[in-house]
Write a protein that binds this ligand. Structure first.
Ligand code: ADP
Ligand code: MG
Length: 285
């Protein structure tokens, strides 16, 4: 499916980080090279993978979660996206290193084109490290469906920023071509807002806090006429129950609330975190 190839490095980086979150990680490091086309590495301090399960994890049927999940809520929180690792190992070289939290030793497997080509012991503290390289080595025609390295990089960066903002109690570290791009302490939204937007912008954000029967809304929005008001909506981030979503209605509400305080075609940076009963969420959103 060509749509699945589009932004492959971004989508697969997303899958890897989701897996780290599913594993209960509180520390996640992401390293990409050449927009993630050359390599993507995600290292976490989650519960790790038992040796036997390393082989299971790359099988297409590794996901039984959807059959266990009783309702939409559990599906959404179990992080079911299905067969991410299986689809990556088919088209790239993948090294999975992991130390299970009950184990004294770490193991690795190297998988290429779906086959295990190497395995053994390695040194690692509890958690998992997954490195994806040689993308599309066996199907080079697929490269033409990717964006340029800069385009892929921009998408991965936006993705990681979204992960940071929607998981402000997790500490992330994100590096591009060996250079540290962002890092937060995992101590809450304010710290994360500084990491994502930089000090100059974050200083011009005002905190938002509102609560009524079913909704608790917190976040940060731009002070008018400052550099926290920008030329596009891409830096407006909406989170409902821990998940990022996009919604033009909410953007319009914000735009209208500022009214005359905004110059034409400018948009306030905003991070709006909504917590509400799951059954009141329109799942299409
Ligand atoms: P899914 O997440 O839908 O089960 P994946 O292909 O993403 O499918 O992952 C397969 C399995 O590999 C996961 O269910 C999990 O058991 C294991 N796994 C993958 N990444 C990690 C990780 N970072 N930490 C612990 N376990 C992991
Ligand atoms: Mg997964």
């Amino acid at each position: 499916d060509h749509r699945d190839l589009h932004s492959f490095p971004t989508r697969r980086s997303s899958d890897l980080v989701e897996n780290s979150l599913d594993a209960g990680a509180t520390n996640i490091s992401i390293y990409i090279e050449h927009g993630g086309i050359k390599s993507v590495t995600v290292i976490d301090n989650g519960h790790g993978i038992e040796e036997d399960d390393l082989y299971m994890a790359i099988q297409p049927h590794a996901t039984s979660k959807i059959f266990e999940a009783e309702d939409l809520e559990s599906i959404s929180t179990l992080g079911f996206r299905g067969e991410a690792l299986a689809s990556i190992v088919e088209v790239a070289e993948v090294e999975i290193r992991s130390r299970f939290y009950k184990s004294d030793e770490a193991k690795y497997i190297t998988v290429k084109g779906g086959e295990v080509v190497d395995k053994g012991d390695c040194a690692l503290s509890v958690g998992t490290s997954i490195n994806v390289s040689s993308l599309f080595y066996n199907t080079p025609a697929r490269f033409k469906f990717l964006k340029t390295p800069k385009g892929e990089e921009a998408n991965v960066t936006r993705l990681i920023n979204d992960f940071m903002l929607s998981n402000p109690h997790i500490s992330f570290e994100y590096s591009v071509d060996g250079e540290l791009k962002s890092q937060n302490e995992g101590t809450g939204l304010l710290d994360t807002v500084y990491s994502v937007f930089g000090d100059d912008v974050a200083e011009n954000l005002i905190s938002v806090s509102f609560e009524e029967k079913h909704h608790k809304i917190t976040g940060y929005i731009a002070r008018p006429a400052t550099n926290a008001v920008v030329g596009n909506k891409k830096k407006q981030t909406f989170i409902v129950n821990g998940r990022i979503f996009e919604d033009d209605t909410l953007s319009s509400v914000i735009q209208n609330a500022y009214g005359e305080r905004l110059m034409k075609r400018t948009f306030p940076i905003a991070v709006i975190d909504i917590v509400m009963p799951f059954e009141l969420v329109d799942v299409n959103v």
